[in-house]
Design a protein around this ligand. Structure first.
Ligand code: ITT
Length: 198
């Protein structure tokens, strides 16, 4: 089975692609099949944003389209950056700029770590209007000294519960086994399998 994945984020393509492959699903990055202007991300929840992205492209392309909205919620920052994770340091901010901003915000509050969680929300939209969704989370803490070069985004600052290494110090398979994205993909594939039998 092949599904179009509407994302500009190469890290997401690598991780979700690898995990989906385990279940016999191949993803085609959107930019490989069409040039479509991106919708604005206006939702206040991961669910709303994933739903908006997936349905927008499914209607335009008349194909089933998968989209993900994900982010980091930091307890000391009352859940921020949340849905603004990719734009924490401003529109089009790089991962390094977002990481620097997170470190600054923690230091401003006089702490060098905080409980946090990553959240992933997938929505698979069909052009006829139906959809399937799944969600995953991984709890842990964020720190102010970046470590590791794997993964993407806030991974050098995130230590999953039960680990001493940051997410960026773990091999891809290990991240995929425990991550918010890995868990959400597993649930989605389970749903796809169920629906196929209808
Ligand atoms: P698309 O909307 O094109 O899919 P994006 O990067 O803008 O790509 P999101 O709006 O879902 O995606 O924002 C996700 C951000 O959350 C991402 O840019 C990272 O800053 C952070 N994030 C999400 N999952 C992560 C992960 O596994 N590791 C590190 N950071 C992650």
């Amino acid at each position: 089975m092949r599904i179009v994945f509407a994302t500009k984020n190469r890290g997401k393509v690598r991780e979700a692609g690898e995990k989906l492959k385990e279940f016999g699903v191949e993803i085609i990055p959107l930019d490989e099949i069409a040039e479509v202007e991106a919708p604005e991300e206006t939702g206040e929840t991961f669910c709303e944003n994933a739903y908006q992205k997936a349905t927008y492209y499914a209607r335009k392309l008349k194909l089933p389209v998968l989209a993900e909205d994900a982010g980091l919620e930091v307890e000391t920052l009352k859940g921020r950056p949340g849905v603004y994770s990719s734009r924490f340091a401003g529109e089009n901010a790089t991962d390094e700029e977002n990481n620097r901003k997170l470190i600054e915000e923690l230091k401003k509050r006089g702490v060098d770590s905080s409980p946090a969680r990553y959240v992933s929300f997938f929505f698979l939209a069909f052009p006829e209007g139906m959809g399937l969704w799944s969600e995953g989370e991984v709890r842990g803490k964020v720190i102010t000294e970046p470590r590791g070069s794997g993964g993407f985004g806030y991974d050098p600052l995130f230590i999953p519960e039960g680990y001493t290494k940051t997410m960026a110090e773990l091999p891809l398979e290990e991240k995929n086994r425990i991550s918010h994205r890995g868990k959400a993909v597993e649930k989605l594939v389970w749903l796809i399998e169920k629906v196929k039998g209808f």
